[in-house]
Design a protein around this ligand. Sequence first.
Ligand code: ADP
Length: 545
Amino acid sequence: MNMPGQMMYAPLLLSSLLAQAAQRAAAVEIVSRRVEGDIHRYTYRDCHARAMQLANALTRRGIHGGDRVGTLAWNGYRHMELYYGISGIGAVCHTINPRLFPEQIAYIINHARDRMICFDASFAPLVEQIAHQCPHVETWMMLGDEAALPDAFAIPLESYEAFIGEHPAQFAWPQFDEREAAALCYTSGTTGNPKGVLYSHRSLTLMAYASVAPDALCLSAADTIAPVVPMFHVNAWGLPFSAALVGAKLVLPGAKLDGESLCALFEQEGVTCSAGVPTVWLGLADYMRRNDKRSGTFKRAIVGGSACPPQLAGSLGELGINAVHAWGMTELSPVGTVCSPSHNYADKPADERACLDAKQGRAIAGIELKIVGADGEPLTWDGKSAGDLMARGHWVLDRYYGVEQSPLEGGWFPTGDVATIDADGYMQITDRSKDVIKSGGEWISSIELECIAMSHPEVEMVACIACEHPKWDERPLLVVVRRPDSTLTASDLLAFYEGKVAKWWIPDDVVFVSELPLTATGKLHKLVLRQRFGQHFVGTCARPA
Ligand code: ADP
């Protein structure tokens, strides 16, 4: 016979994270660099009060549970209020990536059927461009004062401050099923249309609980956390929730993400921990090195979104900043693995520890991983066998928004990444399955070849792509941006690979370019490169295997 447990039950709702922070961390600051250029500061108590004003305003406006409210905004305090105010009444906070093409943004707004769009003043021209393509949006709301609204505008606008201003800062957050939707985020859709991932209160709250743990992102009330990863990119990796959970000071950097601006903000606010993609850290490390800067407080940079080149971890290390490698994806809310030391890490020799640090890490509690071969059978965790990476867990997607058919295979989500896992559970991404280079029936890891090129002092940025080859099916080509004033040649760079990888892995050629195309989430846009250079070896019969 079953015996129910006799403990209290309350649904896991995001509103409880902010309400509790407003009590336990009432005076802890949330500091924002506004798009207006100045610094705004207030506390968790203030944030909660204004989120309650917003909740009252939305309710009065007739926004109901399940309705979608879109945001086009940088990391800032008003965006934080939207996260909590919208989801708190049971509506869905739909964060939209403003770096997508305008047609994609209009597609996403229409697909989600957003009733309201809240946007930063800097996106007013974008809004003017797309508004006429979005017939279901009833309200366009600019995140600012009434006085800041532009005089002549193509469509009627409202101001956020006027919208929430007259409402009371008291609101009884409703209690509802924790599996209700809280937030919506579309994948960047480098191939095909973007797909919506609809997070629940339960999934985001559980991820917040798991991600603060020491072996995960290791966040505490003593931290000052600066999410550089945008709040429109997978909820800034959940940091607005996990920071509130522990009551850490939050520093929201707005639109200025260059090395100099970040360095100044981090120093001024005593930031201890931050999170962003490798390009952000390359910019910061470069600025700090060139200007002989050191930080007294900033000790932990969480690096995710793309592989962290070992040379980046090295240069951050020289500046006294520990690079913490993490892996995830929109469909995983996004935190899947974090590279934290396992029980026997300290006993390993330095070179083995360095190899481990370069990996994407171990699954955080609540996430399970497996790798499978072409036949779908699990591969051994030996650190060598590479296969398709599958994930399951409390914050992994079950179905895309508005798509009937689930992508799951036997209850597991196929990530589209190819990886190895070693006996201690450290996972290493070797490629995205669509980027893997298939040469003469064997696989070559484009990420590994990129990491080697990045360790060359004259290489600023690199992409390694598969090019069609008449004899070997595909061969690797390096597309490289040299550092300023570098005279590096193709043969110099190819010689640099000797002894570092098997001979047949060495790329066949190098092309130098002035810049590399990036996706809306700041990753190398390899599809564009393959369209441009994919035929580079056709008509030649380069390197023998
Ligand atoms: P999108 O799929 O829209 O590009 P995501 O942010 O969801 O955006 O990207 C997820 C993908 O990014 C992963 O499947 C993986 O290929 C890549 N990725 C994320 N973190 C890492 C990492 N630390 N190392 C290598 N690749 C990573």
